[in-house]
Every structure is written in C-alpha cells, then in structure tokens.
Ligand binder design. Structure first.
Ligand code: ADP
Length: 643
C-alpha cells in the first residue's frame, strides 16, 4: 500500500484536466484555501494519467470526466481497473452531475461540480477524501488480518457490492475465474441468506464453502437488513474466514475422540481378558488336575489332553492380542526388580520341556559361567521374549534340537549386556521373509503344512526388546535351521522387594511345599482349581479357603499360615484392602507374610497399586501350574519347604 503523506508533508495531486482555465482555477483555489503544502502535476488525458500513476504515488487524483480520450464514468473505471486503491475525486460539468454519482459508485471518493464549488469546498473535499481513503485503507488492513470481508445487497436493483476481501477469501485457485466475480458457491449462499435477511431476521451462522483448489473453507457469516434514509432496504453483511479456528477445533475433537476410543478399546480388552481368563482358568486348571490323576486313561485322557492343548493355544492368542494392544497404546512399562536369571531359565525349561519331549527333540541350555545370576530388570518380559522365540523354535522344528545359550557381551559396575541365542534345526526362514516376519501379522506361507499362530509373536518380541533398548536379529537357512539373537542390558546391583528374601537357591522344580496356604478367592470355580492344583502337586500342603478379604484376615489371626494367594476383586473386602491391612497388622508374623496377588488382569504388571499395597508378587490366572508352584516356592519361608 502507498504510504500516505502526513498533513504537514506535501500533498501530491495529479490533476487530469485538458482545459487550462479549469486547471488554473483549481490552483488558485488551493492557494487561497490554505490547504497546506501541495504540489500539482497536470496531465491532459487518461492515457497520460495512467502513465503518470505508474511512475509516482499521488495522494489524490483530480479527474475530469470529459477528456479527449474518454468521457463519463468510463474514465474512473479505467483508472480504478489499474489502480484500485487510488484516491480519486472527479470533476464533472454542471450538466453531468449524474456522472458524478455514478463515479462514486464506481469507486471515486467524491465529485465536484465545475462552477459549483469554491476554495473552501474544494479544500474540504480533498481533505476528506484523503482522510476517508486512509480510513478505508486501515479498515481494509484490519479486515485482511482478521480475514473479514463485507458486502451490501440492494434488493431493489439486485445490485451486490462485494469488498475485495470477500472476493479474495472466496476466490477459487483457478486462473479462468475473473477477479471480481463471486464464485458460484458464494453466490448461492448469499442469495439464500438475503432471502432470510429480508424477512427481517438477523443472520449469524457458520457455514462451509467448497472453494476449488482450497478444499472446504469455513466462514462465519453475519448480516441484517437496514433501511436507507429514503427507506430503501439494504442487506449488509460480513463474512469471516474461520477455517483455522475450525480446523484447530476439529483437530481437538478428533484427538479427543481418538483418545476416547483408545480408552474404550483398552477397557474392552482388559475386561474381555478378565472375562476370558476366568473360565479358561477353570478349563486349563481342571484339565491339568484330571491329567495328573489316575482317573482317566486311554482315549479319554487324549481328549482331555486335547482340551488342555487347545486352551493353551487360545490363551496364547489372548495374551498376544493383549500385549499387542498394550504396546500400541504405549502402555507397556518395564519393572526394575531383582531376579535370578538361572531360575527364570529353569522355569522356561520346565514349561517348554513337555513340548520338546512330545516332539522328540533334543534340548540344550547353556549359560556362560561369567554371566551373573542376580539381575535387575523385568523378568516377566524377559521370559516372554525367550518363551516366544523358544516356542517358535520348537514349533518350526521337526527333528534335531533346540537350544538356548546366554553369554556375557559386556559388563561394568552397574550393568551387564547379555546375548541370548536361540537355535533350532528346523525348517528355516526364506531369505526374502527374514525382515518382514518381525512385522505385525506376518507369517511365512508353507506349501505342505500349516502352523497355528497369529503372526503377532515376533512383532511383540521385537517391540519388547527394542523398548528396553535391546536388539534382535536372526540368521536362517531353509532346511538347516534358524538362530535368533537378542542383546539385552540389565542392571546388576541387588535390591530386594518388600523385604522378602527370594529363594533363588531353590530350583523351582525342587522342593515340596508342606506348609499352609491361605487362598482368598470368591469364585468357586477358581477355588476348586487352586485347591486341586496345589493338592495334586504337594500332598502335604494345607489349604485354607476364604471367600473375601475380611474372612481371610480373620483366618490369618486364628491359623498359622505360610503364604497367601490373594484374589484382587472380591465382595465385602477386596484384595488390595486386605493386603494393605496385612502389611499394617500388629502381629509381625502376619505383617511379613508373602502375599501373591492372583489376577486375571493381563495388565497387572502395570498396576502401581500392587506395589503400594504391599503385594509380594503376582500370579496370572489362568495359571500355568509350574508358574504357580515356582512362585510359591520362591517366596515361601524355607521351613515350609521340604528339600
Ligand atoms: P506365529 O504366531 O505365526 O508363530 P510369529 O510372529 O511368532 O507368529 O512368527 C512369524 C512367522 O515367522 C511364523 O509364522 C514363521 O513363519 C516364522 N518363524 C518364526 N520363528 C521361526 C523359526 N524358529 N523357524 C522357522 N520359522 C519361524
């Protein structure tokens, strides 16, 4: 925009006048009026005026409407076409005053009728035109910043006057469209709202207009009908582009919605997990109980075995889906707790032992001597990683052997870096699939055999490794075998949880429990599973059963108990409350009891309450019997164990 001269500065006027007498009169009037400092350049045609305006800035153009190269309103149209912001005051002959009005409608600030003005009205008109032009420029600038345009609709003549901003804001990104023609969409909108406005209603709405090349834009539209002094109706309105505000708002809404749906999904998965695990606990637990007894033989035994194997697979799938969604939601947290590496590996060996035996495979496990046993980290996640990889190794190997090797890669005072190697002599993985198998739901297709699985195992494993800043990779040859490598770091300074001494000297499979276990559990089916599972394993075990936390606490006061298995959700008093009361009990023998949470909640390891309330550890339902036994032997007082 041109900088307008301040009042004390010289006002540059371009006088477009072919009649020397008229030109002279203007100069005389200006001198007499005390208009201030001014300078006049005079030209005699539109053509020259346009050239001059291209050269220099003028505060005012005084334009005669009768020139050798143009007459009437056409003159102002030509100037405005090239210099739309130029301040123009027109001079008309006495008989042409109607031209003056038209010129104003075409953008002139004002008009003077020759012979009908004196020095004062000339000075006033010129001064006002400058002020008005300044004001309009400031207003336009503000409107530009606020992205507001204005319009006027004259229903009598059907004339629609749109400000430049309206045209600019709604202009399609299309060179074919003329600058001063409103887009079809805008036209339609304005026509619609004018009708409403004319009925006397004020309009205040937000709307969308599709603008070619700019997509959908949001506009705030406001307008109302007013009347001129001659009682003519005019609809006046503004239109503001509020797309940015809308988009921020829509983004916020989308973000809220996404957050909400993630929450709902998590809740859904957590509750489904709970709902599925409870009956699965019964199926798996009771089929285990049946299988360890002498009651079933032959075909029936095989059938029960099949039930157990199928529920094993089902549980694996449930767990995979849960883990996968937890990882996706960024919900996985890793515990920092001391554990014995060798005892975790022996547990794994036991759990997988039956599968290895069933397939008649060889098994090898070797942990280098210099690998420390006491590590700090998340043993559950470490087991899960190894379990997945060893599980696959067994699944995809028909003959030969499967092995787990652990070596020390690096060590300093606080940390060790271990390399786990999981080797098999199985079918191998074709080279082209070796990278993609780490992706979600990716599986290799085989011609002759199908293997069950979701294709999530390795994706989860890789995430679990990488979230702990570890690395995983593989080497494989089709028909020869596969080796997975996992590098993981662990802290080494030993700390004990909840003051409980961990019986790591004990091999989990060794030792029989012969003390008393209090099972606090409201669910009859789960009570039966726990009782049967424990009694089958350890004939000397004493089981006390309480159906809620309150009854459990009463029993602890009346009986000698060595370890508590505590369900979390129970009526009357839940497991959290009961455990925190145990930890605050006045009798030390009760206060110090190992309390293992029993839960079907797959996200239990992220439950801060477990630690806060003083649980020693937890077992996940449905429990693998071996896990349950190992956990009990791990925390029970030595005197309750027969070695
Ligand atoms: P799945 O649940 O299908 O086993 P994974 O993510 O654990 O899913 O494994 C993906 C695919 O990688 C498997 O379907 C299999 O084709 C291949 N795979 C994984 N481990 C091995 C292995 N040790 N030997 C051969 N193929 C393997």
């Amino acid at each position: 925009m041109n900088a307008m001269p301040a009042r004390e500065q010289e006002t540059h006027i371009l006088l477009v006048e072919d009649d020397p007498a008229d030109a002279r009169l203007i100069e005389i009037y200006l001198e007499e009026s005390g208009f201030g400092d001014w300078a006049i350049d005079r030209v005699q045609s539109i053509h020259e005026a346009l050239d001059q305006l291209a050269e220099q800035d003028y505060a005012i153009v005084l334009l005669d409407l009768t020139l050798p190269d143009g007459t009437g309103p056409e003159n102002i149209r030509r100037i405005k076409a090239e210099f739309p912001d130029q301040n123009v005051v027109v001079l008309t002959g006495f008989d042409e005053r109607v031209f003056g009005l038209e010129a104003v409608q075409l953008g002139a600030q004002d008009f003077l009728v020759k012979g009908d003005y004196d020095e004062n009205s000339l000075a006033k008109t010129l001064r006002f035109s400058i002020e008005r032009q300044n004001f309009i420029r400031r207003l336009e600038e503000t409107q530009k910043i606020a992205r507001i345009g204005s319009w006027e609709f004259h229903p009598d003549s059907g004339r629609l006057i749109l400000s430049d901003q309206v045209l600019y804001l709604t202009k399609p990104d299309d060179n074919e469209v003329k600058d001063d023609v409103p887009s079809a969409e805008l036209n339609q909108l304005l026509r619609r709202i004018h009708k409403i406005a004319l009925s006397g209603r004020e309009i205040n709405l937000d709307t969308r207009i599709k603008i070619s090349g700019h997509g959908e834009r949001y506009f705030h539209v406001q307008c109302r009908m007013t009347r001129t002094s001659t009682n003519q109706e005019i609809v006046q309105g503004i239109l503001q582009d509020v797309t940015d505000r809308y988009q921020t708002e829509e983004m916020r809404k989308a973000r809220d919605l996404a957050r909400k749906s993630t929450e709902i999904r998590e809740q859904f998965i957590a509750s489904i997990s709970h709902e599925m695990r409870t009956p699965m606990n019964a199926i798996m637990g009771l089929s285990n109980v049946i299988l360890t007894g002498d009651g079933v033989q032959g075909e029936q035994k095989q059938m029960v075995q099949a039930i157990r194997d199928a529920s094993d697979i089902l549980l694996g799938i449930v767990n995979d889906i849960l883990d996968f969604s937890a990882i996706q939601a960024g919900k996985i947290q890793f515990r920092e707790e001391p554990f014995s590496l060798r005892s975790v590996c022996r547990n794994l060996e036991q759990i997988l032992g039956t599968k290895v035996k069933d397939k008649d495979l060889g098994w090898k496990m070797h942990i280098e001597d210099q690998v420390p046993d006491q590590l700090i980290g998340d043993k559950l996640r470490m087991s899960q990683i190894l379990f997945n990889l060893l599980g696959n190794a067994i699944k995809f190997t028909e003959k030969g052997q499967v092995g787990l090797y652990i070596e020390l890669k690096d060590r300093n005072a606080e940390k060790v870096e271990l390399r786990f190697r999981i080797e098999d002599t199985g079918i191998g993985i074709p080279e082209e699939s070796q990278q993609s198998i780490f992706e979600d739901f990716n599986r290799v297709k085989y011609q002759h055999k199908t293997y069950e699985g979701t294709g999530l195992g390795l994706a989860i494993t890789r995430q679990l490794v990488e979230l702990q800043q570890g690395q995983i990779w593989l080497e494989s040859h089709v028909g020869v075998g596969t080796t997975f490598y996992v590098d993981l770091g662990f802290a080494v300074e030993p700390k004990l949880t909840n003051g409980h001494v961990v019986n790591d000297v004990l091999k989990s499979s060794e030792g029989a429990f012969r003390g008393t276990i209090l099972v606090v559990e409201d669910h009859k089916m789960n009570q039966l599973v726990a009782r049967k599972t424990l009694e089958r394993q350890w004939p000397e075990v004493q089981i006390l059963m309480a159906e809620n936390g309150q009854i459990g606490l009463d029993m602890l006061e009346r009986h000698h108990v060595d370890l508590v298995l505590m369900d979390l959700q129970m009526p009357v008093m839940d497991g959290y409350q009961a455990t925190s009361l145990i930890r605050r009990h006045h009798q030390a023998r009760i206060r110090q009891l190992p309390v293992l949470a029993m839960t079907a909640n797959a996200y239990v390891s992220q439950d801060p309450q477990l630690h806060e309330k003083g649980f020693t550890d937890f077992v996940l339902k449905p429990f693998e019997p071996e896990h349950l036994f190992a956990r009990i032997l791990q925390y029970a007082p030595l005197k309750a164990i027969r070695l």
